[in-house]
Write a protein that binds this ligand. Structure first.
Ligand SMILES: [Mg+2]
Length: 437
């Protein structure tokens, strides 16, 4: 009998992180990190399940969870192996559903829901193959990888033929790169010291700890008050010394002119990049800022909604670093497209992570990029934030500032059973025991 996908279960999981001001920045003062979580089940005797999620910061996680449920007809009842062997086709079916597409198109809650389901299917495929996702992807042929990508809206910047050329160029040296990756890991940088809600003493202490832990880059949140930012950057620069890179992140706080003026105030502390200086939809605004603040570089991507906006950011020379997110665009497939675009334009990818589970997911994409797309770690770092990893069955491992390559089969997305019970919103014990605000 053909094994089938038999269930798509969703969970509204929320962590009360706002109580400690972890994750506080200029636009998001009190986030409760949350996962709209999905588990895909089958009737195959191997009992493997696919786990995925969309990351939100609290209110609205119920809406996100409901959006994932709306995709159940695309998954439940399908033959297992044929579905997992054609994730390019499954992706196109879901993204091009003409009625659900009206809610975007290809952006926002519905697109993030597709991300959760697509990533859960990749998790399931990788578990069944006995490989971590980075390795599963790296072992695909260039033709199989190109087939994952929807080139609609991309072909003026990247054709399937060019994508094949990029992937074929990266084939020599794969064996050596895998050995290097397994030995050394992949460089990370840390945002842990820099949340806006931390006082100066905590900032200085965490900066020093980051350097002692082996990180060569840290990041500070900025954008609420320029005098505060000057003071905090001075403290951080003093704490880490002249050679450690300090990126700053404004989380979309500024208008274009304000961004230029503000970054000029901070330039004497030699910021490595300024992240999300303005609206993530404002491609031309980013290009204007990039020209005005050079040699300070512009980075963005965690709120860029799809491959089309990334294409324009690259075409317009607006970004020096591309910060894809594992769970905002529509999952692995769209991120393969974005990695190929970045390779075409020669822009390093330094993914967004943090939140809950984003480090766990995105490490696979960077490692795949190193193995099979750009073939390089130069000027590439994965964000690391030391929150909530203990809730995962296979949490990220950081050694001397580097992400250790995961070897467990899957996408490192599986939350502990206990967490699914304790942090369920609004009825889990963590929430029923907290007094209402
Ligand atoms: Mg950011």
């Amino acid at each position: 009998m053909t094994a089938r996908i038999t269930s798509l279960r969703t969970y509204d999981i929320r962590f009360p992180t706002s109580q400690e001001l972890d994750g506080s920045d200029a636009m998001n003062p009190d986030p409760d990190y949350s996962a709209a979580y999905v588990i895909i089940g089958t009737d195959h005797p191997d009992r493997h399940e696919g786990h995925g999620f969309a990351f939100t910061i609290g209110r609205g996680n119920d809406i996100q969870t409901t959006a994932i449920s709306a995709l159940e007809p695309y998954v439940v009842g399908r033959p297992l192996q044929a579905t997992l062997d054609d994730l390019g086709g499954v992706w196109r079916e879901m993204v091009h559903d003409s009625q659900l597409r009206w809610l975007g198109p290809e952006k926002g809650v519905m697109h993030m829901a597709i991300s959760a389901v697509v990533n859960a299917l990749w998790d399931l495929r990788a578990k069944r193959a006995g490989k971590p996702v980075w390795k599963l992807l790296a072992d695909l042929t260039p033709e199989e990888l190109v087939d994952l990508v929807d080139f609609r809206y991309l072909s003026d910047a990247l054709t399937p033929g060019e994508a094949l050329d990029i992937l074929r160029r990266a084939e020599p040296g794969k064996v050596e790169r895998e050995a290097y990756l397994l030995d050394h890991g992949y460089p990370g940088y840390t945002t842990t010291p820099g949340w806006l809600g931390y006082d100066d003493a905590k900032l200085a202490r965490l900066c020093k700890e980051a350097v002692a832990d082996g990180f060569t880059q840290i990041k500070l949140k900025v954008g609420a008050d320029v005098a505060d930012d000057v003071r905090r950057l001075a403290i951080a620069r003093e704490a880490v010394g002249p050679t450690v890179r300090i990126a700053v992140d404004a989380n979309q706080r500024w208008d274009v002119g304000q961004a230029i003026a503000w970054v000029r105030e901070l330039a004497r502390f030699d910021p490595w990049w300024v992240e999300e200086p303005t609206s993530p939809d404002d491609v031309l605004g980013h290009a204007t800022i990039a020209r005005a603040i050079s040699p300070v570089r512009v980075a963005t991507g965690e709120h860029v909604q799809n491959r089309v906006v990334f294409k324009q950011l690259l075409q317009s020379g607006a970004i020096s670093y591309l910060q894809l997110d594992a769970a905002r665009v529509a999952g692995v497939n769209e991120n393969v497209a974005i990695l190929l675009l970045a390779a075409k334009f020669g822009v390093p990818v330094c993914p967004h992570a943090g939140g809950v589970g984003l480090c766990e997911l995105v490490q696979h994409l960077s490692m795949f990029d190193y193995m099979a797309v750009s073939g390089s770690m130069e000027n590439r770092v994965i964000e690391f934030v030391d929150h909530l990893h203990e809730h995962f069955v296979h949490p990220v491992v950081i050694r001397n500032g580097n992400y250790v390559a995961p070897t467990s089969p899957g996408f490192s997305a599986t939350l502990r059973r206990r967490t699914l019970v304790d942090y369920a919103y609004p009825d889990g014990p963590v929430w029923t025991e907290v007094p209402a605000a």
